[in-house]
Design a protein around this ligand. Structure first.
Ligand SMILES: Cc1ncc(COP(=O)(O)O)c(C=O)c1O
Length: 380
């Protein structure tokens, strides 16, 4: 008889973001919505585009929603709608995904870095005013990890200097701030429907929100090559439409969105509670707002070791982001603000854990246990 195989069995890997479970729950509605598009055949600017925009106006509270090809395109078109010119400065944070600054630079603009608050990783509003010059044309805060930055304070600073504000809400669709939703808090806001976002499609997509009629009209024209009527190119634009099939998929997901957002908030709160005694730092959620946890991110020392231990236990992690933009080769020549020490420190420590509305209690427990074993209790 053969000896029994005693090779240790690797633990099943937890999904970092469980899109398969979400799809299983929505399969029929997604199929129905996609079939409707295939039947009518209007793949570009079909009826689902307007239907989604109307649904997102109702959900966000903003007056206008303009769907576009991605979150990056939303930022680019918003900056074009504001008529950003070469040499214009935009005050923003270096602790973000590259798209935030990339779109400024693509238009010849100059990102001016303002450091973050260490406990939320959002822009430190107390440092914004010192970064404003006569060349500043906009302020572009990021609602990082799903929590809105301090928009009232940012809007007040912007008003004192006559500047528009663009919220990069790529990670925060559905979050609330003083009872209002992310996307409806500033001159313009941009979200992303990248599949892993709190509201995602099955490819690329995004949306611009605004309460300003003229900016909405400009954004609508810019997304279709600057056309105000067919073959009347009133301004320079881009090919920036979101396709009808992706709009249909987001429409299918809307029926479950508020439940998903509640689950994300609840799982975030449970993570906070269960991780409290461990040798790591959870991020702060300010009392006047919530987070939809686009990423559930903590700060740990010896991150590489902790990640390796979690990986061995079947728990995937990610780093958002390992290097702030002022230290990235493509952006380093724009200076370093005041060197942004809080961004540099965060980049060394941040680690995102599995998070999605469909994270099961059993998997949640495995994440918590594996993390407790990896970091140990906090020294008192
Ligand atoms: C903060 C931030 N801004 C912008 C983007 C760009 O969105 P997209 O990937 O849809 O172009 C992302 C997406 O990763 C993001 O996280």
């Amino acid at each position: 008889m053969n000896a029994p195989d005693r090779t240790p069995v690797a633990p099943a890997k937890i999904e970092f973001i469980d899109l398969k479970a979400q799809y299983a729950a929505l399969r029929d509605e997604i199929a129905r919505r996609m079939q409707a598009v295939l039947d009518h055949g209007q793949y570009i600017m079909g009826p689902e585009v307007k239907e989604l925009e109307a649904a997102l106006v109702a959900h966000s509270g903003a007056k206008h929603c303009i769907t576009v090809a991605s979150g990056t395109e939303a930022l680019l078109i918003s900056l074009m709608a504001l008529d950003l010119k070469p040499g214009d400065e935009v005050v923003t944070t270096p602790f973000t995904f590259a798209a935030t600054a990339e779109t400024i630079v693509l238009l010849g603009g100059v990102p001016v870095w303002v450091d973050i608050e260490p406990d939320t990783c959002n822009i430190d509003t107390s440092k914004i005013e010192a970064a404003i010059t006569s060349r500043t044309r906009a302020i572009l805060p990021v609602s990082l990890y799903g929590q809105v930055a301090d928009m009232d304070e940012i809007n007040a600073i912007a008003a004192r200097h006559g500047l528009p504000v663009i919220e990069d809400a790529a990670q925060s669709y559905g979050a609330t701030y003083k009872g209002r939703r992310s996307g409806n808090l500033s001159t313009l806001a941009c979200t992303s429907f990248f599949p892993s976002k709190p509201l995602g499609c099955y490819g690329d997509g995004g949306a611009i929100f605004t309460n300003d009629d003229a900016l909405a009209q400009a954004a609508r024209e810019i997304r279709v090559h600057g056309q105000s009527a067919r073959y009347t190119h009133t301004r320079v634009g881009v090919g920036g439409r979101m396709d009808t099939l992706q709009c249909a998929i987001v429409l299918a997901k809307l029926g479950r969105l508020d439940w998903e957002l509640e689950r994300r908030r609840a799982i975030g709160a449970r993570y906070h509670e269960r991780l409290r005694g461990l040798d790591l730092r959870t991020l702060t959620v300010r009392p006047d707002r919530d987070s939809v946890w686009g990423q559930y991110t903590v700060r740990v020392k010896n991150r590489a070791d902790v990640q390796a231990a979690l990986a061995a236990a079947g728990v995937p992690t990610a780093v958002h982001y390992p290097k702030p933009l002022h230290r990235q080769p493509a952006y380093a020549h724009f200076g370093a603000g005041d060197a942004c020490p809080a961004s540099l420190a965060a980049a060394d420590e941040v680690m995102s854990l599995p998070m999605s509305a469909d994270l099961s209690d059993a998997d949640f427990e495995r994440v918590v246990q594996a993390l407790a074993a990896a970091v140990g209790p906090r020294a008192t």
